[in-house]
Design a protein around this ligand. Structure first.
Ligand SMILES: Cc1ncc(COP(=O)(O)O)c(C=O)c1O
Length: 393
């Protein structure tokens, strides 16, 4: 049966396995750095692209190609470029699309290092960037300059859960000849497909939901336009930030359960968010599944579910938050997200600590904000765990 005719929850299991001679059900791991040529002419034709053929695993690898094609199919893109980490995907994208004198507009609450690498390093090469609340499209129009080449949005944003309207952004950006890239890490293609909404490029930290088991780091860039795809792939090859075949295999193993993991995690998240919202010690909760989320309607329209990331602040701010973070016993105090295990962290001192304090506050990342990535444990255990930790405040 053709992969595209199946529902996404089936496609994550049955998409593109290698048609290999022994009919293995899982994708074989091609643990090799290099591939033999039949003769000089065949080797030369692989290099010119006249014929398809694997050359060297930094360029491409049969195991990795299955993962790239699978994710491109799930995101409805032309093709994918897997990378050694999510940040490798981000920097490869910046390198491919931005040159001296270029300007990028980005979501202010973007993942800390996606901003840090731009402000601390790309700035040294004459690349400018502006960070705005992309949830309000009027801000994008105001930020556009004649040299703006890329609109880079993260939605829902990490960690504020602010939601940006992808279709609206694509419309505005394309009217000005600007490319749109979306970091879709918080949703995975199971909950949101930015290319279908008009974006040109999607990136993921596969470390998170796509792999789902907190045992690898990896990233991917999926591109809609074939010429743009080639340009970004060429950059990944010279940067040398390819994913390893074994790592790619683990991602594909994790990806098979993407749909059931997310279904369970977001069912848990809805219950945890509702519990927190009613708790007298909680100042506010932001979760796209709650009616109190400022973009609840947009989330319903744009996403196929609210996901399993929650942020909140306790009455008593940072001091109270620290007591909670230090006393949870089921949730693990650790950065990262999107795995089967519930993780809790403090963005201002952890994932976003390198973002200057004023910029952090402007982006809504208050000192007391707690980020909670809901896993697939029994939800009663998660709520009891929060309750006993909140009782210590
Ligand atoms: C939204 C988002 N994008 C990108 C990254 C970077 O991914 P990685 O840690 O795999 O390099 C992260 C990591 O937390 C993230 O949360």
């Amino acid at each position: 049966m053709e992969g595209k005719k199946l529902k996404l929850s089936s496609r994550v299991i049955h998409s593109g396995a290698i048609k290999e001679q022994y009919k293995s059900v899982t994708v074989p791991i091609y643990q090799t750095s290099t591939f033999a040529f039949e003769n000089v002419d065949q080797g030369a034709k692989c290099f010119t692209g006249e014929i398809d053929g694997f050359i060297y695993s930094r360029i491409d690898n049969p195991t990795v190609r299955v993962l790239e094609k699978d994710l491109a199919a799930l995101e409805n893109g032309e093709d994918g470029i897997a990378t050694s980490s999510g940040m490798a995907a981000v920097t490869t994208l910046y390198m491919a699309l931005l040159g001296q004198g270029a300007h990028m507009i980005s979501t202010d609450a973007v993942y800390g290092p996606s901003r840090g690498v731009m402000e601390d390093h790309f700035s040294r090469f004459g690349v400018e960037s502006s960070y705005i609340n992309t949830a309000d499209p009027a801000n994008i129009i105001k930020a556009i300059k004649p040299n703006t080449k890329l609109l880079y949005i993260e939605t829902p944003a990490n960690p504020t859960m602010e939601i940006t309207d992808i279709s609206e952004c694509a419309k505005i950006a394309h009217e000005h000849g600007i490319l749109v890239a979306v970091d879709n890490t918080f949703c995975s293609p199971y909950l949101q497909r930015p290319l279908d909404l008009g974006a040109d490029i999607v990136i993921h930290s596969m470390t998170k939901f796509i792999n789902g088991h907190a045992d690898i780091v990896g990233g991917i860039i999926v591109v809609k336009d074939p010429a743009l795809y080639k340009k970004v792939r060429a950059m990944m090859i010279v940067m040398g930030c390819c994913i390893d075949a074994h790592q790619a295999y683990l991602v594909m193993r994790g990806m098979k359960t993407l749909a059931i993991r997310i279904d369970r995690a977001q069912e848990n998240a809805m219950k945890v968010a509702s519990y927190l919202e009613k708790h007298p010690k909680v100042e506010w909760v932001k979760y796209p599944g709650l009616k109190s989320h400022p973009q609840y309607e947009l989330a319903k329209r744009q996403m196929d579910g609210p996901g399993s990331m929650i942020c909140f602040e306790l009455k008593g701010g940072l001091a109270a938050g620290k007591v909670l973070l230090n006393n949870v016993k089921v949730a693990i105090l650790a950065v990262s997200l999107g795995g089967v295990e519930t993780l809790i962290q403090h963005p201002a001192s952890m994932t976003h600590s390198k973002t200057p304090a004023a910029a952090r506050l402007k982006a809504g990342i208050t000192d007391g904000l707690v980020r909670y990535s809901v896993g697939i444990e029994d939800v009663e255990d998660l709520i009891n765990d929060l309750e006993q930790a909140l009782n210590k405040i």
